[in-house]
Design a protein around this ligand. Structure first.
Ligand SMILES: [Zn+2]
Length: 265
């Protein structure tokens, strides 16, 4: 039988909270130097990992956000019926740039794929491999392609599954293997090893980033996506999500990840 993992052991009953040292403070990984945050749509990043990225940006990380689509399909609730994809795309791209400015991210790349139509294709894998080799991130942040259902209320968007599936495939093996996509070598893009992958929205989270000090920044960044939020104020929901994710480590507010350590940084 496997030894019980102290990480997952629940707190001893009756032990006052203050008597236990905060595990998260000890175990939170340091901010990676170079980070690539890969998502299907504008606003995905702000809903899921904005607090972590804001924290890392303030610690000096160089971060690039990659949006595979520009969100041209909009929102069922808040996109006016006379809106077109062509008109919506530049608005959503600007909202994403504004959100990144709030988080402290200066670089955003839009790959121009069509919202609602993403497939885990080799073409997209080549594109993400190209961009990983170009920016050489130490850490990649993306979603969990194995998540089909979240509670009984939300079926994960197919674009989210495709984006995270391809992001992981691009990290390994394509980005680090010389003879996969050899045409990239001709562009001067040598293999690159990504050391860490932070996977959000996983059922196997093992790494918790304390965002207590960044919660207001996360909300402010999310609010830049005006076309998606309409008059809705996301503060309460984001606060509750952060509380739920932090509860396992007695953090007031956290973002939870499954962390893959592929190489020594
Ligand atoms: Zn999305």
């Amino acid at each position: 039988m496997a030894a019980q993992d102290p990480e997952t052991e629940s707190a001893s009953p009756g032990v006052p909270e203050r008597a236990k040292p905060a595990k998260a403070a000890r175990r939170e990984p340091p901010a990676p130097k170079r980070v690539m945050s890969i998502h299907a749509h504008p606003d995905d990043q702000e809903f899921t990992v904005g607090g972590t990225l804001a924290k890392w940006a303030r610690a000096g990380s160089a971060i690039v956000t990659v949006c595979i689509t520009s969100g041209g399909a909009g929102s069922n609730d808040h996109t006016p019926p006379d809106m077109t994809r062509e008109a919506l795309v530049p608005i959503r791209e600007e909202e994403q740039r504004e959100a990144c400015r709030v988080l402290g991210i200066s670089e955003v790349v839009f790959l121009g794929y069509e919202d609602g139509m993403l497939e885990p294709s080799l073409g997209l894998r080549r594109e993400l491999t190209r961009i990983i080799r170009r920016y050489k991130p130490e850490a990649v942040v993306c979603g969990d392609p194995t998540m089909r259902f979240y509670s009984s209320m939300y079926m994960n968007h197919p674009d989210h599954r495709a984006a995270s599936d391809v992001a992981l495939d691009a990290v390994f093996p394509s980005a680090e293997t010389r003879l996969i996509f050899p045409e990239l070598l001709a562009e001067g893009l040598e293999p690159h090893k990504v050391s860490l992958v932070f996977i959000h929205g996983s059922a196997q989270s093992d790494t918790f980033i304390d965002i207590s000090e960044l919660l207001d920044v996360k909300v402010a960044a999310l609010k830049q996506h005006k076309t998606q939020l309409g008059p809705w104020d996301p503060t309460d929901m984001i606060t509750e999500w952060a509380r739920e994710q932090g509860a396992k480590r007695r953090l007031k507010a956290a973002e939870a990840f499954r962390l893959m350590r592929l190489h020594e940084a």
